[in-house]
Design a protein around this ligand. Structure first.
Ligand code: ADP
Ligand code: ADP
Length: 227
């Protein structure tokens, strides 16, 4: 079944910059798709519009049959930004707890789920630590745990590992693949690394600034059965 349906979507920012011109794309449940293209081609813009963080100028986007941003369960989408964007004054536990807190859960009720999300990324023992005590890779793992704690169906990642060294990046890539396999997730992973897109995804969607839409859509047979 189709999870994301983008039809002829355009985006003109207030300053006149046109980021997308008639982008169309369908993504099925369970796919691991990468958006590949040079800086400025509209990858983040497309991702933000799918999540409902950003409005679009024309066209339509549905996610799971609902207009983007109007999902009856806001928690159906997890978002991981380029920087780990953790609250420095809050413990690792409280950072991961935040999305559940916003849903109205108390700390006691949420405890097991926060711990489960931290275990998912190998940080079960770091709940009481603070972001400043963690390495870059660990901070990014906390950020992934925070995105996963609401058990989203769709995980959107916007160049999540760009700021990390190659070793850490490669470890995290494998961890994301593991999460995708074990949780029946649909993932969109924005990157400008050809290597990363081919390594991770079963489908590479290539974008270009001119014309501001998909220019190649490449299936990688077997990528999703790789062990
Ligand atoms: P990418 O993620 O592929 O690097 P973006 O989606 O961030 O590209 O940006 C696409 C284009 O839109 C670029 O030309 C960028 O400068 C422009 N852009 C992004 N955000 C804004 C904004 N808030 N206002 C004006 N222009 C923007
Ligand atoms: P990463 O690639 O995970 O960011 P780093 O090599 O940057 O790891 O980690 C810096 C230090 O943090 C390392 O010395 C490592 O021992 C410690 N560390 C990282 N992740 C964990 C973990 N899950 N459990 C315990 N220690 C960790």
């Amino acid at each position: 079944p189709v999870l994301i349906d983008m039809k002829d979507v355009s985006k003109r920012f207030a300053n006149g910059t046109v980021a997308l011109r008639g982008m169309s794309l369908q993504i099925r449940n369970g796919e691991f798709v990468s958006f590949l293209g040079p800086s400025g081609c509209g990858k983040s813009t497309a991702l933000k519009m799918i999540s409902g963080l950003l409005s679009f100028s024309s066209g339509s986007i549905t996610v799971n049959g609902h207009p983007a941003g109007e999902s009856p369960h806001g928690s159906d989408i997890g978002y991981v930004f380029q920087e780990a964007t953790l609250m420095p004054w809050a413990s690792v536990f409280d950072n991961v707890f935040l999305p559940l807190k916003l849903q109205g859960l108390g700390k006691g009720e949420a405890k097991a789920r926060v711990e489960e999300a931290l275990s998912m990324v190998g940080l079960a023992n770091f709940a009481r630590s603070y972001p400043r005590e963690l390495s870059g890779g660990m901070k990014m793992r906390v950020s992934i745990a925070r995105a996963m704690v609401t058990k989203p169906k769709l995980l959107l990642m916007d160049e999540p590992f760009a700021a990390l060294d190659e070793m850490t990046r490669s470890k995290l890539n494998d961890e994301v693949l593991g999460l995708w396999r074990s949780h029946g997730l649909t993932v969109i992973f924005v990157t400008h690394s050809v290597f990363e897109s081919v390594y991770l995804s079963s489908r590479v969607v290539v974008m270009a600034a001119r014309p501001g839409r998909v220019v190649h859509d490449i299936a990688l047979p077997g990528a999703d059965t790789r062990t």
